[in-house]
Design a protein around this ligand. Structure first.
Ligand code: F6P
Length: 545
């Protein structure tokens, strides 16, 4: 057994978790439950009262956080220690949103000036495009920007841009291409003119196959329209830590924005990787996004564990994961603009905490990162919420709702909110057999049939959920929300003693994919691999079944 699972606190949690009374009773017994189990910070309110906890259980969870050294681990991250121990790197997405006078050293060098230099470079770039100082090779102003990237170099910019649509200033159109399926780029290019289009290649490594292929094909399309290699400089810019490769590609070094190895891809939207966001909402709003995240950083770094929003959320999710058999966690957004958020948190959490060895490289003897999924809450209510309410799997849920809509329309927002609150209430209280039977009283069915139907209508309830409210979805509140989930992910990884900042698991598939690519193009049939892979490769080579 590991030190973690052997610890008396872990054992105590295993014993008592799941033994609490039904949440209905917990609410009935304590009219102050909401006050006790909610936190307001950084423009967000977290109501975690609809969780299977009481004060002693929360104390045990907090004790676990203390014993596993969470406060010291938080401090180490903020201080720029090399906590990504398999790549010997600091983890400093927090430095990307630190104020200009902050001092954060990596290997004895303060990284904050470089961060602010890059923010200034971004502002200059955005303004030059807005004001038509940056023009295409034929002298026309740029109207469209295509951001090419994948994973962390795509999801953040795309989803945060979508979320901040009410703040788009209409000065430029931004498009995103990630998938290496040629249909993705081709469909996009059909709608664009090369002379007025700028490609923004986003790749920390400048070596990701999908991104390189899409960029090379975009360049070929550009050149095929009568433009020259020299014109490339006015139509291609890059965000990368591999300046040599980007320059070799033909990108003017003045148009290369830096990335640093102390920023993980899935934590990089705050860097120049966020340029598409800045182009859509303007640099002032981009700074507001950074400020929101910075406020959450300060809260995370300084609040006592018991009042620390990311800590509480991390511990609650861990409770269900490690002690109550939950294998997934659903994110339900009650805001149209936040519809992409579950996919963003999915990458953030699953690429970070989908690990099965400890920092020391020993196998874990406890479950780690759950499957993260979700979608627009109201749509889910007419689909998969059925399983949340009556299925056999325990699926803790986060409900996210802004109190004010950007588009007030009759009763729509009240209906949206009522759905959100009604769902959390239904999950918590459920419906007993007696209640179900009472609802059927007086109907035409026989008493036996009423009893049979009532059994189908029983909802166990006691299903945990968090509700996160903000006054309105703004750059600042969104920055705080994203940072909240980043730190929640950190909390769990720290307690599980795993490295949340590498992603070796995605490497083997990439390597084998490259090997397969050469076999697809080879002259002879493939018979060197397993029978399934051979057959699939040879079918692809033939192009028919
Ligand atoms: O394959 C996973 C991954 O390495 C992600 O972690 C990363 O965000 C993405 O690929 C893209 O990498 P890059 O920015 O180097 O192109």
């Amino acid at each position: 057994m590991s030190k973690l699972t052997q610890s008396p606190t872990w054992q105590a949690l295993a014993d008592v978790s799941g033994q609490l009374p039904h949440m209905r009773q917990l609410f009935a017994a304590d009219p102050l439950r909401f006050n006790k189990f909610s936190i307001k910070q950084c423009g967000l309110l977290l109501d975690y009262s609809k969780n299977r906890v009481n004060e002693p259980l929360m104390q045990q969870l907090l004790q676990l956080a203390q014993e596993t050294g969470l406060p010291a681990k938080i401090a180490a991250m903020f201080a720029g220690e090399a906590i990504n121990t398999t790549e010997q790197r600091a983890v400093l997405h927090t430095a990307l949103r630190a104020p200009a006078d902050a001092v954060i050293n990596v290997d004895g060098v303060n990284v904050v000036p470089k961060v602010h230099e890059t923010l200034a470079q971004m502002r200059h770039f955005v303004e030059a495009l807005y004001q038509g100082q940056w023009r295409g090779c034929t002298g026309k102003t740029i109207t469209d920007v295509v951001a090419i990237g994948i994973g962390g170099s795509f999801l953040g910019p795309k989803i945060i841009s979508e979320a901040l649509k009410p703040y788009w200033n209409g000065k430029l159109n931004c498009h995103f291409v990630a998938n290496v399926d040629g249909s993705s780029l081709s469909d996009k290019l059909k709608t664009l003119q090369p002379e007025t289009t700028l490609f923004l290649m986003s790749s920390k490594s400048f070596g990701t196959q999908e991104t390189l292929s899409n960029t090379l094909s975009a360049k070929a399309w550009f050149l095929a329209h009568g433009h020259t290699q020299a014109d490339v400089a006015q139509h291609f810019a890059a965000i990368t830590s591999n300046v040599a490769k980007a320059t070799e590609f033909g990108i003017n070094p003045a148009n290369i924005f830096p990335m640093w190895d102390w920023v993980g891809g899935r934590y990089s939207l705050w860097s120049a990787i966020g340029l598409p966001i800045a182009l859509l909402i303007g640099m002032d709003n981009f700074h507001a996004l950074l400020q929101g995240a910075h406020a959450m950083d300060q809260h995370f770094a300084s609040a006592p564990l018991a009042q620390n929003m990311p800590v509480i959320m991390g511990l609650l999710s861990l409770l269900y994961n490690n002690f109550q058999g939950a294998q997934s966690h659903v994110i339900l957004t009650y805001d149209h603009y936040l519809r992409g958020l579950p996919a963003y948190i999915q990458q953030l959490d699953m690429e970070s905490n989908g690990k099965s060895v400890t920092q020391e490289g020993n196998p874990v003897d406890y479950t780690t990162g759950p499957v993260i999924w979700g979608g627009e809450g109201t749509n889910g209510q007419h689909a998969y919420h059925q399983l949340l309410h009556q299925g056999t799997a325990l699926i803790p849920a986060d409900f996210i709702l802004p109190l004010q809509s950007h588009n007030p329309l009759g009763q729509h927002h009240a209906q949206l909110a009522s759905n959100c609150f009604g769902q959390t209430q239904a999950l918590m209280q459920g419906r007993t057999y007696d209640e179900a039977l009472a609802e059927l009283a007086g109907c035409k069915l026989s008493p036996e049939e009423q009893q049979r139907i009532a059994r189908h209508k029983v909802m166990e309830g006691n299903k945990p959920s968090n509700t996160i409210l903000m006054e309105q979805l703004t750059p600042t509140s969104l920055g705080a929300l994203i940072a909240l989930y980043e730190h929640r992910t950190f909390v769990q990884g720290a307690i599980w003693d795993i490295n949340s900042f590498d992603q070796w698991g995605v490497e083997l598939g990439k390597t084998l994919g490259n090997d397969v690519l050469s076999r697809l193009a080879a002259e002879q049939e493939c018979n060197a691999l397993d029978s399934s892979s051979n057959a699939l490769i040879n079918l692809f080579r033939k192009g028919r079944l």
